[in-house]
Design a protein around this ligand. Structure first.
Ligand code: HEC
Ligand code: HEC
Length: 252
């Protein structure tokens, strides 16, 4: 009985040493991740491996429920495509994604991004941050036709003309979306020139609904849920999903 117990010591000791070694090496990987320049992670093979392994598992656990298993988002829920060459915010740098993962967008965290939202023009007070006029259903229809022209699709040119006048003046759209509908990724305003692509499939009815009820998408803050190394890894993983503009052009 005593002898058998002794025989167990060796395998148990080996197991403990192996577990410690794994732990130390994963701690080292995490420390290296945090020391690195975030924008260099994907070009350094050892760190890239951590991002694509550890980062991917964090993504699957925390982000995939909204952003989709492959990162392609969900236009029905207004979740943007993380694999596309365009961004709603910033330039898709690792540090920017890390900031969004940590503090969120319009989240409960006060440091989350909350710079501009899409006003609800069909309501009596469309926007809390600045006085903007409410619009009639006819004006909203004209603006919808104008938004369709921005991606070459209008169906009623007289209405689109009226909508263009509203867009560049009274309704104040140009102020956020730009004179040619180019958007502004510094404040999370989407471009309209390739057709709206965050909310719905860019159809007439999706645009009309956006103008009536407004939009204010939320990405939660994970600063209290994930460790610093997990936030960095998931950000690098998400940044790795982006197609470059030329890949996007090839895919068309
Ligand atoms: C105060 C800034 C602001 C103004 C003014 C504004 N928008 Fe927006 N708009 C936004 C933001 C921000 C979003 C994205 C909201 C989000 O992601 O939750 C948006 C989203 C949209 C979308 C959806 C795009 C997509 O990809 O699905 C359309 C269409 C749109 N706006 C059209 C207009 C039109 C037309 C006007 C004028 C009647 C207008 N906006 C005025 C800020 C603005
Ligand atoms: C509850 C659903 C939800 C979850 C979970 C979620 N997001 Fe989001 N995320 C959104 C929505 C909605 C937006 C668009 C916000 C807007 O309209 O401004 C967004 C936007 C983003 C953007 C900006 C994309 C761009 O084009 O600029 C990034 C980056 C992002 N999320 C990263 C993450 C990461 C990383 C996680 C996991 C750690 C995560 N999100 C979890 C819903 C979610």
């Amino acid at each position: 009985m005593r002898q058998r117990w002794k025989l167990l010591i060796i395998p148990v000791a080996l197991l403990v040493v192996a577990l410690l070694a794994v732990r130390i090496s994963s701690r080292r990987g995490e420390a290296a991740m945090l020391r690195a320049d975030p924008e260099e992670i994907l070009s350094q093979p050892a760190l890239r491996k951590v991002a694509l392994g550890h980062g991917k598992s964090v993504y699957q656990a925390q982000c995939a429920s909204c952003h989709g298993a492959n990162g392609t988002g969900d236009p029905v829920l207004g979740v943007p495509d993380l694999t596309a060459a365009w961004h709603l915010y910033g330039e898709g740098r690792v540090a920017e994604v890390e900031d969004i993962a940590r503090h969120g967008i319009r989240s409960a965290d006060k440091r989350g991004l909350n710079l501009a939202s899409m006003p609800a023009y069909g309501t009596p007070r469309p926007y809390k941050n600045e006085p903007l006029p409410s619009l009639t259903p006819g004006q909203i229809e004209d603006l919808t036709q104008y938004v369709l022209t921005l991606s070459g699709r209008e169906t009623d040119s007289a209405a689109a003309r009226q909508g263009g006048v509203l867009y560049h003046g009274y309704a104040g759209c140009y102020d956020c979306h730009g004179n040619s509908g180019e958007g502004d990724s510094a404040i999370g305003v989407p471009s309209l020139t390739a057709g709206p692509r965050v909310f719905g499939n860019g159809s007439h009815d999706d645009i009309y609904k956006t103008l009536v009820a407004g939009r204010a998408g939320v990405s939660p803050a994970f600063g209290r849920v994930l460790s610093a190394a997990e936030l960095r890894s998931v950000a690098a993983y998400v940044a790795s999903l982006r197609k470059t503009t030329s890949q996007q052009a090839d895919a068309r």
